[in-house]
Design a protein around this ligand. Structure first.
Ligand code: M6R
Length: 601
């Protein structure tokens, strides 16, 4: 949801800023802009479209020997994608530039007040008011003006600010992520470490309501109250550039799908010793009576799987909520409740807000997060990191399967801690599930051919029962978000209560027909689709001919333990969506209207 990068101290800031924007582009890609100081003036260049279009702008090549700059890639919230609305935004005099990620909630009020004082606005954005507010308070000290301005602001911000005459960048955060990059003779600020890794692996995550002032050789961090923070640990990032490059793959999404045998293994690494699970959970498991899982999007689908997994393995009741609903529905808590927040990015605004609500109610919070040091992780009592490596493609893939692994691990941990029982059957299956994933990935070509048959469809239905129901939801989400084909996931038995009206000759109906207790019922549901001439694509582990004789196409997956089956059934659906979208000519890593992390409400 908008990417920010700032650089001070390197000999030429422009390539650093452009490279940073390229790395951050997954966060938003409807316009981009850059601001640098040359000859004691601010020069701003903006362009609608992707970062490559900004980089190709004729004015960019004329920017040389400029050591300070800030840049932004936008995902529009207030105001359409346009050059006026693209960041950086300037104050009236063109002396102060800002880039902002987040939402200024009281911007109407502030804008009216500033307009009454004579400020003239050039964009439709909420962000521009920050530049004018800083201008209003500026009297020769940028940091002080930023602090005074931000005291007036309600809402969320990740912010980088520069003044034409000050050799510094001031950065601040509340709600939207911001990380400082520390290097010898140069400092950086960015929305995410991936933008910094080309230059440094030493970073500091800013906390909410903190302001950092960077010069080429030093940094200070203060609270918005103006109190200096004397010691803040510098963290060493242990991923390298390789992990955030496509390495010859056409898309990050494909690379990330194919990485799953490894990412799955990483979830387990150092966490199972002699069949005992080691997790750093700082709550007394024996006091747990009920769990609420909160999440959004794909992570919410993993949460639905979590309900099956935890109730079945650990015997604790689980409620699952969309984080955005949870925060507004006044949930009734009882003693013994705890919250699990699931999020790949660890930044999703609704999920963060849901755990803040839980914190206010003094509930213990466990998060299952991929991005280390993210807001959700830092606001949790205990964190289970996925360790899946960076996920750059907008469509979440390897995070989903890793989340299910983490949920199984957590459920087994609860069982172990409460009853001192190790579930060796599940543990042993977990350890070899990567082999089954490798098997599934061998069907790539076959799945591609099926995608070629359905890519022009208007609608698609995904049907599953039990643990395959959330997989159906996830398959439908994957298809719609990257191919723009209307797709819906349903519990298969619900089909006859309405969605069957959508089935006509050739409508693709993806049926998850695993050989489990609901197999016979699923076969009946497939028959109902066939009776309406739908095109059934079955995902099955069944060896019998019943599914294959009914379905138009069959994608075979290996037999695994029932509780782990969503891991093997979700992958063919990721591939199906991927190949259908590619066939439709869509940029699958950056589909329209989306951004990788949704840091606004
Ligand atoms: O980073 P998170 O897991 O919290 O993100 C939640 C959703 O925004 C995310 O899963 C989204 O639905 C993806 N585009 C799905 O592919």
């Amino acid at each position: 949801m908008c990417g920010i990068i700032g650089s001070i101290g390197v000999k030429n800031a422009v390539p650093v800023l452009l490279k940073g924007l390229e790395r951050l582009e997954y966060r938003g890609y409807d316009s981009a802009g850059i601001c640098v100081v040359t000859n004691n003036s601010l020069v701003v260049i903006k362009k609608t479209g992707k970062v490559a279009e900004l980089a190709a702008h004729s004015a960019i090549s004329s920017l040389k020997d400029t050591t300070i700059g800030i840049a932004h890639t936008r995902w529009a919230t207030h105001g359409k994608p346009s050059e006026e609305n693209a960041h950086p935004h300037l104050d009236c005099k063109g002396e102060i530039a800002i880039v902002h990620n987040g939402i200024i909630e009281n911007y109407h009020k502030l804008k009216n007040e500033l307009e009454e004082k004579g400020h003239v606005f050039r964009s439709e954005t909420d962000s521009e008011i920050v530049a004018h507010l800083i201008e209003y308070y500026y009297n020769g000290n940028l940091e002080r003006a930023v602090i005074m301005a931000l005291k007036k602001v309600e809402g969320a911000f990740g912010l980088a600010v520069m003044h034409k005459s000050e050799k510094s960048i001031v950065a601040a955060r509340r709600g939207s992520p911001l990380v400082l990059g520390i290097s010898d003779g140069a400092m950086f600020v960015a929305s995410d470490v991936s933008a910094l890794l080309d230059y440094t692996s030493r970073v500091i995550y800013l906390d909410d309501n903190e302001v950092a002032t960077l010069t080429s050789k030093s940094y200070t961090i203060k609270t918005l109250e103006g109190n200096m923070i004397r010691s803040r640990a510098v963290q060493e990032i242990d991923w390298n550039i390789d992990k955030i490059e496509k390495r010859g793959y056409k898309h990050f999404m494909l690379k990330e799908i194919l990485e799953q045998p490894i990412s799955i293994e990483k979830v387990l690494q150092n966490r199972i010793i002699n069949n005992r699970i080691l997790l750093d959970i700082k709550i007394d498991i024996n006091t747990l009576k009920r769990l609420y899982i909160v999440a959004c999007g794909t992570s919410w689908h993993a949460a639905l799987e979590g309900k099956y997994i935890i109730e079945r393995i650990a015997g604790i009741p689980v409620e699952v909520d969309y984080a955005s609903e949870f925060r507004y529905r006044n949930p009734l808590f009882i003693k013994g409740d705890a919250i699990i927040a699931i999020s790949q990015s660890g930044e999703t605004a609704d999920t963060l807000a849901a755990i803040r609500l839980a914190k206010e109610k003094s509930l213990p919070i466990i998060s299952i997060v991929n991005v280390v040091g993210s807001g959700i992780a830092r606001n949790s009592d205990s964190v289970i990191y996925l360790n899946a490596g960076p996920e750059i493609g907008v469509a979440s893939t390897k995070a989903f399967t890793a989340q299910i692994m983490a949920l199984v691990l957590f459920a087994l941990y609860i069982k172990q801690e409460r009853n001192d029982i190790a579930d060796n059957e599940i543990l042993n299956s977990l350890k070899v599930i990567n082999c089954s994933i490798k098997e599934v990935l061998k069907s790539r070509e076959e799945i591609k051919k099926i995608a070629d048959e359905i890519y022009a469809s208007r609608d698609a239905l995904y049907l599953g029962r039990g643990m395959q129901f959330p997989v159906a939801l996830e398959g439908a989400l994957k298809l719609k978000e990257i191919s723009y084909i209307h797709a819906e996931g349903y519990p298969a038995a619900e089909m006859k209560h309405g969605p069957i009206a959508l089935v006509e000759e050739g409508t693709p109906v993806i049926a998850l027909a695993m050989e489990d207790v609901l197999h016979e019922k699923m076969i009946s549901n497939i028959q109902e689709v066939k009776a309406r001439k739908g095109k059934v694509i079955a995902i099955t582990d069944s060896q019998s001919l019943r599914v294959s004789s009914l379905a138009d196409r069959v994608i075979k997956v290996p037999k695994v333990l029932d509780i782990l089956s969503p891991i093997v059934t979700s992958i063919p659906l990721q591939l199906l969506a991927y190949y259908a979208a590619v066939k439709r000519g869509i940029d699958v890593d950056k589909p329209r209207n989306l951004a990788k992390s949704v840091t606004v409400e």
